[in-house]
Design a protein around this ligand. Structure first.
Ligand code: 13P
Ligand code: SF4
Length: 308
């Protein structure tokens, strides 16, 4: 049996479900029960009746699944699979900001630690951030953390002034505007599609801005076109599978970036072998203290309610 078959067998034996983000390597996406964006993955984690959740994504995603499922085992193939955005928001510093603005509603992007979630009023993802911000009465001030690029984009869309945390994703910040414009000249008429974690100058060129799931839906609606795709390169696998005739060109990164097309080193820490090992050994597991979990659960629950 190859690894894919072994994982499929183990999954059945152990009543486990594999949830994978679009940024995972193709072979992990192929063995997963569900592949989606951060919102879709949280929704699946909230409704699963499997006994074990194997989260093929990064730490904050698996942690969110654990917060929603305290009595299930939640496994992450590599515990070191973190996130630069989550790391940019240390809970003790964030707490000071929140305490200094007691009249503000705290909206936090899901890319953060359980401790930061526990200090928040509502969680959002890139696909529901606008809706979540609009759910707050107009006269109530908002703290938005940790992604400043998503925050700036949502400010522009909603006309709300928000207090923004100064965090960013290392992957979405390396797209080169000069190279992107040059590439567009070589492919005139192609559609530029971008994730809102990208910087404003990239977003200003885009025909469509949305979450990874939103970007795939957009390509499905324009199947015979050419696209320049400004997000993590892992998305190209599912996008091409869904729309085989679409021409997909990854947006170029700055010269000094280690990868010609942007790849998230954290997402890529998971491999099929590590996924197999973690399901076999039921380790490494995600743990969250009950005190933090209870506090972090409420803002996630609010997001899930508002996203129905
Ligand atoms: P979405 O899954 O909401 O598109 O966000 C992408 C991302 O950066 C996940 O870490
Ligand atoms: Fe974090 Fe960016 Fe990687 Fe997403 S792509 S997990 S935001 S570092």
């Amino acid at each position: 049996m190859d690894l894919h078959q072994k994982i499929t067998e183990l999954k059945k034996q152990k009543n486990a479900v594999i949830l994978a983000h679009y940024y995972q390597v193709p072979e992990i996406q192929e063995v997963a029960d569900y592949v989606g964006d951060s919102l879709g993955l949280s929704q699946k984690a909230a409704e699963t009746d499997a006994e074990i959740i194997v989260f093929a994504g990064v730490h904050f995603m698996a942690e969110t699944a654990k917060i929603l499922n305290p009595n299930k085992k939640v496994l992450l193939p590599d515990l070191m699979a973190g996130c630069s955005l989550a790391d940019s928001c240390p809970p003790d510093v964030f707490q000071k900001l929140v305490e200094a603005h007691p009249d503000h509603v705290v909206i936090t992007y899901v890319n953060c630690s359980a401790e930061v979630k526990a200090l928040s009023d509502i969680i959002c993802t890139s696909s529901n951030a606008e809706k979540i911000v609009n759910s707050v009465p107009k006269d109530v001030p908002i703290i938005f953390a940790p992604d400043k690029n998503l925050g700036k984009y949502i400010q522009k869309k909603t006309g709300r002034k928000m207090l923004l945390w100064d965090g960013a994703c290392i992957v979405h910040e390396v797209f080169s505007i000069d190279k992107l414009l040059k590439l567009y000249k070589e492919h005139p008429g192609s559609k530029i599609i971008a994730h809102p974690e990208s910087e404003s100058h990239i977003l200003e060129t885009a025909n469509y801005i949305g979450s990874t799931a939103g970007m795939i839906d957009y390509v499905k609606k324009h199947p015979s076109e050419k696209f320049i795709v400004a997000t993590e390169a892992g998305i190209l696998h599912k996008m091409q599978q869904e729309v085989p005739q679409a021409v997909l060109i990854p947006a170029p990164a700055e010269e000094d970036n280690t990868c010609a097309c942007s790849e998230c080193a954290f997402m890529k820490m998971n491999t099929l072998q590590k996924l197999y090992n973690c399901l076999l050994n039921e380790n490494p597991q995600i743990e969250v203290s009950e005190e933090i979990r209870k506090k972090a659960f409420l803002p996630i629950e609010r997001m899930l309610e508002l996203s129905k």
